[in-house]
Design a protein around this ligand. Sequence first.
Ligand code: OAD
Length: 229
Amino acid sequence: MKKLVILTGAGMSAESGIRTFRDMGGLWEQYDVMEVASPRGWEQNRDLVLQFYNERRRQLKECQPNAGHLGLVDLEADFDVQIITQNVDNLHERAGSSKVLHLHGLLTQARSTADERMVYDIGYNDINDGDFCEKGSQLRPNIVWFGEAVPAIHEAEEITRKADIFVVIGTSLSVYPAAGLCHMVKEGCPIFIIDPNEINTTIYSDYEFINEKAGDGVMRLKMLLRKYF
Ligand code: OAD
């Protein structure tokens, strides 16, 4: 089976009702990213950060995977599909995708502020000031904030290097190191990009642009892959 590696971003979940970050009306228009998604923000106003992610988690509980997520599951019948996602939602897993690597963490997990290896599944429950790990340290969302290292990037690079086909769905490719994965594909690897808007594709020399939202775009991708591979 050919290895199909798919890098997804916020646009993947837009049709599930989750707002993107940088589109008009996106989350970073309403919130100051450094206040809610950085170590400095956490130092300055822990309650605001906890409230921001508690809200995202409660909202996620009400959302369902969309046609795009489900379409990627179908592709597993014909391809060895590996998803690398920047999204902190769990919609790929809930749709049924079997191999999902989260680059920026997961909303449904908390972690200790004393030891980043101490990670807890919390489902859709809130994290509150005064919730501690066994070592007595405050819990925080298990999300990679701006300025923090991205531990999963090395595994993501390994996976990307092995791709026979590489697909990018719903990301502005403006955040590194995730966006840099695009440089890691092997020579001659076909690249498909699904996005309803123009994005910064100057990083690629050759790619097929599917100018659709994720749901319709994945349907079109399936047709193209069946035809050519
Ligand atoms: P962005 O908000 O930067 O980009 C979203 C992309 O999705 C844009 O290119 C849109 O055109 C596209 N889009 C919008 N609606 C869509 C739809 N229905 N179907 C497909 N695409 C659609 O989000 P990301 O690139 O994911 O990090 O942002 C990367 C990171 O920046 C996030 O993981 C997050 C953020 O700050 C953290 O929170 C750590």
